[in-house]
Structure formats: structure tokens, C-alpha cells
Design a protein around this ligand. Structure first.
Ligand code: KMH
Ligand code: ZN
Length: 310
């Protein structure tokens, strides 16, 4: 049987890193749009997007900030747009869903459990912060709970999966999240095949070890059989190694400056596209092919680029 093609997702800016940490982290409308377009040109079939306040790079859940760059990206690429519903540790699920409700993209993220989600150790690495908000934002992440209760998950499933027909990137940061997903599927919230993002290396989630990837994959096989597709996101230094392992094991991969600011040990990436080009070359050197956006649409059974509202 022909090996499935590999879907590269690129997560362009996220809500963890701050402008001080890398000049390459995009936060203006133009930069987010251009880096997304370049990432798609480099081989990303799916673009996972958050918005930032264009003046200082702080995290924004304002749907209008998303609407400033989404049409620009759509005009220049055929990439699948995936909008985050997990962009804040401190606001309600309604606020987190607002951008996806406005844009009705083909995909959005759905975080599959409540957890500690902290990046406070990064705060000690920097002294000259570019913007006033950054240091407290990073330091205080040790005090927040990333809330994704069963009620929250059900709300997202109904409000975004229902009439909007949005397909979810089920973000699973630990083995228990796979069981949460299984429970939700049994309750009728999600239909097979689901698309699972195995996430490694977030402080609060499972560690970035290949043993853990194998364990997550075996657990998912046991729970979901053929009813799922999967991708791997290694946060920080593990990004490329876990992506290479995932591709070798038959999975899909996620890269991007949301997940790691680096291109190799000690060297900041110049752009999202640079990480996409690197992972693409790893995949192709393994003798595998990357999926185009239309192939990703077919593999994930997406509603289609014409059914979005941007
Ligand atoms: N930042 C990633 C580890 C979301 O946007 O919903 C997880 C993420 C969450 O992408
Ligand atoms: Zn995200």
C-alpha cells in the first residue's frame, strides 16, 4: 500500500513566545500574513494561527485582528487555515472561540484537558524586555490553569463543529487527554476519523521523549484503531527530532515559531518558512512526500476553502 503523504502544519506565532525572545516572531498584520504565506510556499499545507496586538505583540483574541490577516493569506495561498481556540490562559472559552466563530475556518484547535501550562522558566533568560507586558506575562504563567473542562470541550464541539462544520485539531498534551477524547467520541461529540495533535514538552504535559511518543501512539491505536489521524508537535529543542520520528512512524508533523524559536541548537530560526523547509527536507530525505493543501483537505475530510467566512 502506498505510504500516506505527510501533512506539515506550521504554527506561525502562538501565545507563548514574546517579541524579546526573537526578532523573527511575527506579530504585525503584515508579518503574520507574510510569514504564513512563505510557510505555505515552503510546503506547509495547514497554517495554525493566533493573533497579536499589532502595536506591541501581546496576545489578542479580537476577531478583527484575525480578519486583518486572514484574507491576505487566503489571497496568496491555498493553505488550510486552522484558528486556535486555546490562545489564552486567562479568558473564557467563549472569548477563545470568538475568532473561529467569526472566520469559520476549515480547522481549529481544541485542547482536550485542563492542565498546568507554564513557560515561566523562560523569564529568567531575558533581562532587556522590549515591551512592558512581556515579563509579567511569562513569569505569571506558573499561576494559571489552562482550563479545558468537559463542558468547555462540549461547547466548542457543538458551536464550532456543528453548523460551522469545522474540523478539530485535538490537542493532546498527555495520555489522559486521549481518554478524554475517547469519552467525548463515545458521547457523540466527534465523529471518526479525528485528527489528534500529540504534544510533547510543554511544562505541565508529557515530556519530549521518543518513548512517550511511542506510548501515546500505542495508546491511541488501542483507543481509536483506524478512526484517527495523528501529528506530532515537539515543543522547544525536541521539535525536529520528534517531527522526524513521527514522519518515520507514519504520522504528520507540526513546526512553527509558536512551538520553537530555533532552527538548531542555539540558533534562532530566521522565519517560520525556514523551519518548514527544514522539516520538509527531513521528510523528503526519508523517502516520503509532503501533502498539498488539497491532499490535506481530502485526508482530513475538510469542508473546503469556499465554506469559510473571510
Ligand atoms: N502552543 C501549543 C503547545 C492552541 O492554540 O489551541 C498548543 C496550541 C494550543 O497550539
Ligand atoms: Zn496554538
Amino acid at each position: 500500500m502506498a505510504r500516506k503523504k505527510v501533512i506539515i502544519t506550521c504554527a506561525i506565532t502562538g501565545a507563548i513566545h514574546t517579541p524579546t525572545m526573537s526578532d523573527a516572531l511575527p506579530y504585525t498584520t503584515e508579518d503574520i500574513a507574510q510569514q504564513a504565506i512563505d510557510a505555505a510556499d515552503a510546503g506547509a499545507a495547514v497554517l495554525h494561527l493566533h493573533a497579536r496586538h499589532p502595536n506591541d505583540g501581546s496576545v489578542s483574541l479580537d476577531p478583527e485582528h484575525f480578519m486583518e490577516f486572514l484574507p491576505k493569506i487566503k489571497a496568496k495561498t491555498n493553505a488550510v487555515i486552522n484558528i486556535s481556540t486555546g490562545g489564552s490562559l486567562v479568558t473564557t472559552i467563549d472569548d477563545r472561540m470568538a475568532p473561529a466563530k467569526r472566520a469559520s475556518p476549515e480547522m481549529c484547535s481544541l485542547n482536550m484537558g485542563s492542565m498546568n501550562f507554564s513557560f515561566h522558566p523562560l523569564a529568567d533568560k531575558y533581562t532587556d524586555w522590549k515591551h512592558d507586558w512581556e515579563e509579567a506575562y511569562v513569569r505569571n504563567s506558573d499561576g494559571y490553569i489552562f482550563r479545558n473542562t468537559f463542558a468547555d470541550i462540549a461547547k466548542v464541539a457543538k458551536e464550532l463543529g456543528g453548523d460551522h462544520k469545522i474540523k478539530f485539531e485535538h490537542e493532546c498534551y498527555d495520555v489522559g487527554h486521549l481518554y478524554n477524547l475517547k469519552f467525548c467520541m463515545a458521547s457523540g461529540l466527534f465523529k471518526a476519523p479525528v485528527f489528534i495533535q500529540f504534544i510533547f514538552g510543554i511544562l505541565g504535559g508529557i515530556g519530549a521523549d521518543i518513548d512517550n511518543l511511542i506510548f501515546m501512539k500505542r495508546t491511541a491505536d488501542r483507543l481509536f484503531g483506524d478512526d484517527y489521524q495523528w501529528s506530532v508537535l515537539g515543543a522547544g529543542a525536541s521539535q525536529m527530532q520528534l517531527a522526524a520520528t513521527a514522519a518515520s512512524m507514519g504520522g504528520n508533523v507540526r513546526v512553527g515559531l509558536e512551538d520553537s524559536l530555533f532552527i538548531e541548537r542555539g540558533k534562532l530560526a530566521a522565519s517560520n518558512a525556514e523551519q518548514v523547509a527544514k522539516v520538509r527536507s527531513i521528510i523528503e530525505n526519508l523517502g516520503l512526500e509532503i501533502a498539498t493543501p488539497d491532499e490535506a483537505r481530502e485526508m482530513l475530510a475538510l469542508k473546503g476553502a469556499d465554506a469559510v467566512t473571510f
